[in-house]
Unconditional design. Structure first.
Length: 295
């Protein structure tokens, strides 16, 4: 019986870890990042009559046209430096502010819903690879505008584009939650193998997993949501997120009961509440980090 339960727990642990590895994302992947809070391309198009990657000399001036289409249109080359763009290190003309569709001085397409802007880009003197990010979007949007974007790379001194950086676990809740799950599952497996030998290790692992989950819950409320608990129920898909929260909270409560029963040497109830905790947390994990990305 114990061998069957052991095999079951190994399968429970292995499947989600395998799914995480197979569904890991690489960085930079700007479209995935932007689409989290914007609609990309959102009914807009943008293109440039220049290569995606260009070998240039220090201080060279590069001239090209950007063509964009869409309603309530603007074109913008933001004066910013981030991990995926180096606009702030380039001298960008005619402007790093929004250029609007009715800007007769810069827009070479007289019709509404289409723009042609000539950009003059002065390259830095320092060797490096510089990514220019230009977007076209909805100028009337109150919140995050829908937009499309184009990226243009400039290589000075033969410097190659940066290699993608793999980021699989870029989520604090995932790091804390998965660590807690693995500790609790490992502690359960060990006590199933030999309860007398591993009972202390089981207690340490289970206690550590409960503390990590408590930190996870507190950080979620305090750091991300403040004390506006209504925000807990504002995520989409609604049903899955609410179920994820409820299962995590139930597991936190039954985990506390399991620890108290264990201290009181009530092994029957300690095991029962411990298994409930394990099932709730693994179910919450599947809902929060496996099913949500599929919607």
């Amino acid at each position: 019986m114990k061998k069957k339960i052991l095999i079951l727990f190994i399968a429970i642990i292995g499947l989600p870890v395998l799914l995480l590895v197979l569904n890991g994302n690489a960085f930079p992947s700007q479209e995935l990042d932007h689409s989290d809070c914007h609609t990309v391309p959102g009914g807009y198009t943008i293109s440039a009559n220049i290569s995606t990657t260009n070998s240039v000399d220090p201080s060279e001036v590069v001239v090209f046209n950007v063509t964009a289409t869409g309603p309530n249109l603007f074109i913008l080359a933001p004066n910013e430096i981030t991990s995926v763009m180096q606009n702030g290190q380039l001298i960008i003309l005619p402007s790093t502010d929004r250029i609007l569709d009715d800007d007769l001085g810069e827009d070479k397409d007289p019709g509404l819903g289409a723009m042609i802007i000539t950009f003059n880009i002065t390259i830095p003197e320092t060797d490096g690879f510089y990514s220019l990010f230009i977007l076209a979007g909805d100028n009337l949007a109150v919140a995050e505008p829908d937009f499309a974007y184009v990226e243009i790379g400039f290589s000075v001194g033969g410097v190659a584009p940066p290699e993608p950086q793999i980021e699989i676990f870029d989520h604090t809740g995932l790091i804390l939650g998965l660590s807690a799950l693995l500790l609790l599952s490992l502690g359960t497996i060990l006590v199933l193998i030999n309860e007398n030998k591993f009972v202390k290790i089981h207690g340490i692992f289970s206690g550590a997993s409960w503390i990590l989950t408590l930190i996870n819950a507190v950080s979620l409320i305090n750091l991300n949501l403040g004390f506006d608990l209504n925000a807990l129920f504002s995520f989409e898909p609604f049903g899955i997120h609410v179920s994820h929260i409820i299962l995590g909270a139930v597991g936190l409560f039954t985990g506390l009961l399991s620890m108290l029963f264990g201290i009181a040497a009530e092994r029957k109830y300690a095991k029962l509440t411990g298994y409930i905790t394990l099932v709730c947390w693994w179910a919450a994990f599947f809902l929060g980090f496996i099913l949500v990305p599929l919607f």
